[in-house]
Design a binder for this molecule. Structure first.
Ligand code: G4F
Length: 325
Protein backbone atom coordinates (compact mmCIF):
# COMPACT_ATOMS: atom_id res chain seq x y z
CA UNK A 1 0.00 0.00 0.00
CA UNK A 2 1.18 3.48 -0.87
CA UNK A 3 0.25 6.50 1.27
CA UNK A 4 0.68 10.19 0.54
CA UNK A 5 0.74 12.53 3.56
CA UNK A 6 0.58 16.32 3.37
CA UNK A 7 2.22 17.97 6.37
CA UNK A 8 4.36 14.89 6.96
CA UNK A 9 6.93 16.78 9.04
CA UNK A 10 4.36 18.05 11.54
CA UNK A 11 3.33 16.33 14.75
CA UNK A 12 0.54 14.23 13.26
CA UNK A 13 2.24 13.65 9.90
CA UNK A 14 5.39 12.24 11.47
CA UNK A 15 3.52 9.92 13.86
CA UNK A 16 1.28 8.77 11.03
CA UNK A 17 4.29 8.09 8.78
CA UNK A 18 5.89 5.98 11.54
CA UNK A 19 2.66 4.07 12.07
CA UNK A 20 2.15 3.37 8.36
CA UNK A 21 5.76 2.22 7.97
CA UNK A 22 5.28 -0.13 10.94
CA UNK A 23 2.41 -1.84 9.13
CA UNK A 24 4.26 -2.16 5.83
CA UNK A 25 3.25 0.93 3.82
CA UNK A 26 5.33 2.81 1.27
CA UNK A 27 5.15 6.36 2.59
CA UNK A 28 5.39 9.55 0.53
CA UNK A 29 5.19 13.01 2.03
CA UNK A 30 4.56 16.48 0.68
CA UNK A 31 6.71 19.15 2.23
CA UNK A 32 7.46 22.83 1.58
CA UNK A 33 10.71 23.29 -0.36
CA UNK A 34 11.95 25.67 2.35
CA UNK A 35 11.35 22.98 5.01
CA UNK A 36 13.43 20.50 3.03
CA UNK A 37 16.44 22.77 3.46
CA UNK A 38 15.89 23.35 7.18
CA UNK A 39 17.09 20.59 9.56
CA UNK A 40 14.91 21.95 12.39
CA UNK A 41 11.78 21.54 10.26
CA UNK A 42 12.70 17.92 9.56
CA UNK A 43 13.46 16.98 13.17
CA UNK A 44 10.23 14.99 13.67
CA UNK A 45 11.27 12.75 10.77
CA UNK A 46 14.82 12.06 11.88
CA UNK A 47 14.15 8.39 12.75
CA UNK A 48 12.53 7.57 9.40
CA UNK A 49 14.19 9.85 6.81
CA UNK A 50 15.78 6.97 4.92
CA UNK A 51 12.47 5.06 4.73
CA UNK A 52 10.17 7.73 3.31
CA UNK A 53 10.03 9.68 0.06
CA UNK A 54 9.72 13.45 0.43
CA UNK A 55 8.32 15.60 -2.38
CA UNK A 56 8.84 19.35 -2.22
CA UNK A 57 5.60 20.94 -3.40
CA UNK A 58 3.41 23.96 -2.77
CA UNK A 59 -0.05 22.57 -1.93
CA UNK A 60 -1.66 25.66 -3.46
CA UNK A 61 -0.07 24.96 -6.85
CA UNK A 62 -2.59 22.88 -8.78
CA UNK A 63 -0.25 21.88 -11.61
CA UNK A 64 2.51 20.82 -9.21
CA UNK A 65 0.02 18.76 -7.19
CA UNK A 66 -1.34 17.19 -10.37
CA UNK A 67 2.12 16.08 -11.45
CA UNK A 68 2.93 14.78 -7.99
CA UNK A 69 -0.29 12.76 -7.65
CA UNK A 70 0.25 11.39 -11.16
CA UNK A 71 3.76 10.37 -10.19
CA UNK A 72 2.92 8.78 -6.81
CA UNK A 73 -0.60 7.41 -7.54
CA UNK A 74 -1.30 6.80 -3.84
CA UNK A 75 -3.78 4.27 -2.45
CA UNK A 76 -4.45 6.49 0.55
CA UNK A 77 -4.02 10.24 1.00
CA UNK A 78 -3.96 11.94 4.41
CA UNK A 79 -4.40 15.69 4.07
CA UNK A 80 -2.98 17.05 7.33
CA UNK A 81 -1.18 20.18 6.13
CA UNK A 82 -2.79 23.46 7.12
CA UNK A 83 -2.14 26.80 8.66
CA UNK A 84 -3.19 25.51 12.07
CA UNK A 85 -2.88 28.32 14.58
CA UNK A 86 -6.30 29.44 15.78
CA UNK A 87 -6.66 33.18 15.39
CA UNK A 88 -9.79 35.21 15.94
CA UNK A 89 -8.41 38.14 14.04
CA UNK A 90 -9.95 38.24 10.59
CA UNK A 91 -7.65 41.03 9.47
CA UNK A 92 -4.39 39.25 10.15
CA UNK A 93 -5.27 35.82 8.86
CA UNK A 94 -6.73 36.54 5.45
CA UNK A 95 -4.71 33.86 3.66
CA UNK A 96 -5.64 30.95 5.96
CA UNK A 97 -9.02 30.36 4.35
CA UNK A 98 -7.60 30.27 0.85
CA UNK A 99 -4.58 28.10 1.77
CA UNK A 100 -6.52 25.53 3.77
CA UNK A 101 -9.51 25.40 1.46
CA UNK A 102 -7.67 25.52 -1.86
CA UNK A 103 -5.28 22.72 -0.96
CA UNK A 104 -8.15 20.40 -0.02
CA UNK A 105 -10.04 21.15 -3.20
CA UNK A 106 -6.98 20.81 -5.44
CA UNK A 107 -5.94 17.50 -3.89
CA UNK A 108 -9.40 16.00 -4.31
CA UNK A 109 -9.70 17.23 -7.88
CA UNK A 110 -6.30 15.74 -8.79
CA UNK A 111 -7.17 12.41 -7.14
CA UNK A 112 -10.54 12.30 -8.89
CA UNK A 113 -8.83 12.63 -12.28
CA UNK A 114 -5.78 10.47 -11.66
CA UNK A 115 -6.55 7.97 -8.86
CA UNK A 116 -10.28 8.06 -8.04
CA UNK A 117 -10.07 4.90 -5.89
CA UNK A 118 -7.54 6.57 -3.56
CA UNK A 119 -8.99 6.86 -0.05
CA UNK A 120 -8.86 10.41 1.34
CA UNK A 121 -8.65 11.55 4.97
CA UNK A 122 -9.16 15.21 5.76
CA UNK A 123 -7.99 16.65 9.08
CA UNK A 124 -10.97 18.55 10.43
CA UNK A 125 -11.08 20.15 13.85
CA UNK A 126 -13.18 20.87 16.93
CA UNK A 127 -12.78 24.53 15.91
CA UNK A 128 -15.47 23.78 13.31
CA UNK A 129 -18.00 23.68 16.19
CA UNK A 130 -16.64 26.99 17.52
CA UNK A 131 -19.36 28.59 19.62
CA UNK A 132 -21.03 25.26 20.38
CA UNK A 133 -24.61 24.93 21.63
CA UNK A 134 -23.92 22.07 24.00
CA UNK A 135 -21.12 19.86 25.27
CA UNK A 136 -19.97 17.28 24.47
CA UNK A 137 -20.28 17.68 20.70
CA UNK A 138 -20.82 14.72 18.38
CA UNK A 139 -20.88 14.35 14.58
CA UNK A 140 -24.41 15.79 14.36
CA UNK A 141 -23.61 18.96 16.26
CA UNK A 142 -24.09 22.15 14.23
CA UNK A 143 -20.96 23.88 12.90
CA UNK A 144 -20.53 27.43 14.16
CA UNK A 145 -16.87 28.38 13.65
CA UNK A 146 -15.56 31.56 15.29
CA UNK A 147 -12.05 31.55 13.86
CA UNK A 148 -10.71 31.94 10.34
CA UNK A 149 -9.12 28.55 10.79
CA UNK A 150 -12.45 26.97 11.79
CA UNK A 151 -14.18 28.53 8.77
CA UNK A 152 -11.50 27.14 6.44
CA UNK A 153 -12.02 23.67 7.92
CA UNK A 154 -15.83 23.83 7.57
CA UNK A 155 -15.49 24.92 3.93
CA UNK A 156 -13.10 22.03 3.27
CA UNK A 157 -15.42 19.60 5.06
CA UNK A 158 -18.14 20.41 2.53
CA UNK A 159 -15.80 19.88 -0.40
CA UNK A 160 -14.85 16.48 1.03
CA UNK A 161 -18.53 15.61 1.55
CA UNK A 162 -19.37 16.63 -2.01
CA UNK A 163 -16.58 14.57 -3.57
CA UNK A 164 -17.85 11.61 -1.54
CA UNK A 165 -21.51 12.05 -2.48
CA UNK A 166 -21.20 13.37 -6.03
CA UNK A 167 -18.23 11.37 -7.31
CA UNK A 168 -18.42 8.32 -5.05
CA UNK A 169 -14.92 8.83 -3.69
CA UNK A 170 -13.85 7.32 -0.38
CA UNK A 171 -13.34 10.69 1.33
CA UNK A 172 -13.97 11.51 4.98
CA UNK A 173 -13.22 14.04 7.71
CA UNK A 174 -11.89 13.40 11.21
CA UNK A 175 -13.14 16.02 13.68
CA UNK A 176 -10.13 15.95 15.94
CA UNK A 177 -10.00 17.73 19.26
CA UNK A 178 -6.69 18.96 20.68
CA UNK A 179 -4.01 16.29 20.64
CA UNK A 180 -0.57 16.74 22.09
CA UNK A 181 2.86 15.10 22.32
CA UNK A 182 6.51 16.07 22.63
CA UNK A 183 6.28 16.95 18.90
CA UNK A 184 3.56 19.58 19.38
CA UNK A 185 4.46 22.91 17.82
CA UNK A 186 5.74 25.53 20.28
CA UNK A 187 2.90 27.91 19.46
CA UNK A 188 0.33 25.76 21.28
CA UNK A 189 -0.21 26.10 25.00
CA UNK A 190 0.78 22.59 26.09
CA UNK A 191 4.19 22.69 24.40
CA UNK A 192 4.71 26.29 25.44
CA UNK A 193 4.25 25.08 29.02
CA UNK A 194 6.42 21.95 28.74
CA UNK A 195 9.31 23.86 27.14
CA UNK A 196 8.83 26.72 29.61
CA UNK A 197 9.07 24.33 32.55
CA UNK A 198 12.19 22.72 31.12
CA UNK A 199 13.79 26.18 30.80
CA UNK A 200 12.73 27.19 34.31
CA UNK A 201 14.00 23.89 35.74
CA UNK A 202 17.34 24.33 33.93
CA UNK A 203 17.49 27.99 35.09
CA UNK A 204 17.37 29.33 31.54
CA UNK A 205 14.19 31.35 32.12
CA UNK A 206 12.63 32.88 35.26
CA UNK A 207 8.89 32.88 34.46
CA UNK A 208 6.35 31.74 31.90
CA UNK A 209 3.78 34.14 30.44
CA UNK A 210 0.37 32.74 29.60
CA UNK A 211 -3.13 33.88 28.68
CA UNK A 212 -6.37 32.52 30.13
CA UNK A 213 -5.47 29.55 32.32
CA UNK A 214 -9.16 28.84 33.04
CA UNK A 215 -9.61 27.89 29.35
CA UNK A 216 -11.00 24.37 28.95
CA UNK A 217 -9.85 21.82 26.37
CA UNK A 218 -10.25 18.12 25.54
CA UNK A 219 -6.62 17.01 25.27
CA UNK A 220 -5.62 13.62 23.84
CA UNK A 221 -2.41 11.91 22.73
CA UNK A 222 -1.36 12.49 19.11
CA UNK A 223 0.10 9.00 18.37
CA UNK A 224 -3.30 7.50 19.20
CA UNK A 225 -5.16 10.01 17.03
CA UNK A 226 -3.24 9.10 13.87
CA UNK A 227 -4.32 5.49 14.34
CA UNK A 228 -7.93 6.71 14.37
CA UNK A 229 -7.22 8.36 11.00
CA UNK A 230 -6.01 5.08 9.54
CA UNK A 231 -9.03 3.21 10.93
CA UNK A 232 -11.32 5.72 9.24
CA UNK A 233 -9.84 4.73 5.88
CA UNK A 234 -10.44 1.05 6.71
CA UNK A 235 -14.05 1.36 7.76
CA UNK A 236 -16.21 -1.67 6.86
CA UNK A 237 -19.14 0.78 6.59
CA UNK A 238 -17.33 2.89 3.99
CA UNK A 239 -16.35 6.55 4.30
CA UNK A 240 -17.84 8.27 7.35
CA UNK A 241 -16.93 11.33 9.42
CA UNK A 242 -16.04 10.90 13.07
CA UNK A 243 -15.30 12.94 16.18
CA UNK A 244 -11.88 11.97 17.58
CA UNK A 245 -11.58 13.04 21.21
CA UNK A 246 -11.20 11.89 24.81
CA UNK A 247 -14.49 13.33 26.07
CA UNK A 248 -12.70 14.65 29.16
CA UNK A 249 -12.45 18.36 30.01
CA UNK A 250 -9.38 19.91 31.62
CA UNK A 251 -8.32 23.49 32.21
CA UNK A 252 -4.95 24.98 31.29
CA UNK A 253 -4.53 25.43 35.06
CA UNK A 254 -4.85 21.66 35.65
CA UNK A 255 -2.27 21.09 32.93
CA UNK A 256 0.05 23.54 34.71
CA UNK A 257 -0.39 21.90 38.11
CA UNK A 258 0.53 18.45 36.80
CA UNK A 259 3.33 19.72 34.57
CA UNK A 260 5.10 21.72 37.28
CA UNK A 261 4.70 18.82 39.72
CA UNK A 262 6.82 16.68 37.35
CA UNK A 263 9.82 18.79 38.42
CA UNK A 264 8.67 19.30 42.01
CA UNK A 265 7.65 22.95 41.53
CA UNK A 266 4.40 24.85 42.02
CA UNK A 267 3.06 26.73 39.02
CA UNK A 268 1.90 29.82 40.95
CA UNK A 269 5.54 30.73 41.64
CA UNK A 270 6.47 30.79 37.94
CA UNK A 271 3.47 32.05 35.97
CA UNK A 272 2.66 35.56 34.79
CA UNK A 273 -0.67 36.26 33.16
CA UNK A 274 -0.26 38.39 30.06
CA UNK A 275 -3.42 39.76 28.39
CA UNK A 276 -1.58 39.59 25.07
CA UNK A 277 -2.20 35.83 25.06
CA UNK A 278 -5.90 36.03 25.93
CA UNK A 279 -8.47 34.87 23.40
CA UNK A 280 -12.23 35.04 23.72
CA UNK A 281 -13.13 31.83 25.57
CA UNK A 282 -16.03 29.54 24.77
CA UNK A 283 -19.30 29.80 26.73
CA UNK A 284 -19.75 26.08 26.11
CA UNK A 285 -16.46 24.15 26.16
CA UNK A 286 -15.21 22.20 23.16
CA UNK A 287 -15.42 18.62 24.44
CA UNK A 288 -15.87 15.74 22.02
CA UNK A 289 -18.22 12.77 22.17
CA UNK A 290 -16.23 9.98 20.48
CA UNK A 291 -18.72 7.18 21.12
CA UNK A 292 -19.43 6.68 17.40
CA UNK A 293 -15.83 5.91 16.46
CA UNK A 294 -15.57 3.68 19.52
CA UNK A 295 -18.67 1.72 18.48
CA UNK A 296 -17.86 1.51 14.74
CA UNK A 297 -14.07 1.24 14.69
CA UNK A 298 -13.16 0.20 18.25
CA UNK A 299 -10.98 3.29 18.70
CA UNK A 300 -10.80 5.16 21.94
CA UNK A 301 -8.33 7.52 23.58
CA UNK A 302 -6.23 5.68 26.12
CA UNK A 303 -3.21 7.54 27.45
CA UNK A 304 -4.10 9.40 30.66
CA UNK A 305 -3.79 13.19 30.72
CA UNK A 306 -1.09 13.11 33.42
CA UNK A 307 1.05 10.67 31.40
CA UNK A 308 0.89 12.83 28.27
CA UNK A 309 2.05 15.82 30.31
CA UNK A 310 4.82 13.91 32.07
CA UNK A 311 6.17 12.62 28.75
CA UNK A 312 6.21 16.14 27.27
CA UNK A 313 7.97 17.76 30.23
CA UNK A 314 10.55 14.99 30.61
CA UNK A 315 11.35 14.99 26.92
CA UNK A 316 11.82 18.76 26.81
CA UNK A 317 14.15 18.61 29.82
CA UNK A 318 16.19 15.88 28.15
CA UNK A 319 16.40 17.79 24.89
CA UNK A 320 17.30 21.13 26.47
CA UNK A 321 19.86 19.62 28.82
CA UNK A 322 21.64 18.14 25.82
CA UNK A 323 20.76 14.53 26.44
CA UNK A 324 19.42 12.66 23.43
CA UNK A 325 15.66 12.11 23.84
O1 G4F B 1 -2.96 25.24 22.53
P1 G4F B 1 -3.88 26.19 21.87
O2 G4F B 1 -3.25 27.33 21.14
O3 G4F B 1 -4.78 25.31 20.94
P2 G4F B 1 -6.20 25.57 20.24
O4 G4F B 1 -6.45 27.01 19.98
O5 G4F B 1 -7.24 24.87 21.04
O6 G4F B 1 -6.01 24.88 18.82
C1 G4F B 1 -5.48 23.58 18.64
O7 G4F B 1 -6.48 22.62 18.74
C2 G4F B 1 -7.53 22.72 17.78
C3 G4F B 1 -8.48 21.57 18.00
O8 G4F B 1 -7.87 20.37 17.71
C4 G4F B 1 -6.94 22.65 16.38
F1 G4F B 1 -7.95 22.83 15.51
C5 G4F B 1 -5.90 23.71 16.21
O9 G4F B 1 -5.28 23.58 14.95
C6 G4F B 1 -4.86 23.52 17.27
O10 G4F B 1 -4.22 22.28 17.10
O11 G4F B 1 -4.87 26.82 22.95
C7 G4F B 1 -5.56 26.03 23.90
C8 G4F B 1 -6.18 26.93 24.94
C9 G4F B 1 -6.94 28.11 24.34
O12 G4F B 1 -8.18 28.25 25.00
C10 G4F B 1 -6.09 29.32 24.66
O13 G4F B 1 -6.85 30.50 24.87
O14 G4F B 1 -5.15 27.50 25.73
C11 G4F B 1 -5.44 28.86 25.97
N1 G4F B 1 -4.21 29.56 26.29
C12 G4F B 1 -3.95 30.17 27.48
N2 G4F B 1 -2.76 30.75 27.46
C13 G4F B 1 -3.14 29.74 25.48
C14 G4F B 1 -2.22 30.50 26.22
N3 G4F B 1 -2.91 29.31 24.22
C15 G4F B 1 -1.69 29.63 23.68
N4 G4F B 1 -1.42 29.18 22.42
N5 G4F B 1 -0.77 30.40 24.35
C16 G4F B 1 -0.97 30.86 25.64
O15 G4F B 1 -0.13 31.53 26.25
Amino acid sequence: MKALITGINGQDGSYLAEYLLSIGYEVHGIIRRSSLENAQKLSNLRGIMDRIVLHPCNIEDHLALYKLVNNVKPDECYHLAASSFVSYSFDEEATIISTNFTSTHYLLSCLKELKPDCKFYFAGSSEMFGAAEEAPQDEKHKFNPRSVYGISKVASYYVVKNYRERYGMYACTGLTYNHESPRRDYSFVTRKISVGIAKIYLQQMPKLQLGNIQAVRDWGYAPEYVQAMWRMLHNPQGPKDYVIATGIAHTVQEFLQIAFAVVGLHYTDYIEINPQFFRPSEQIPLIGNASLIQADLEWRAQKPFSEIITEMVQQDIQTLSGQKP
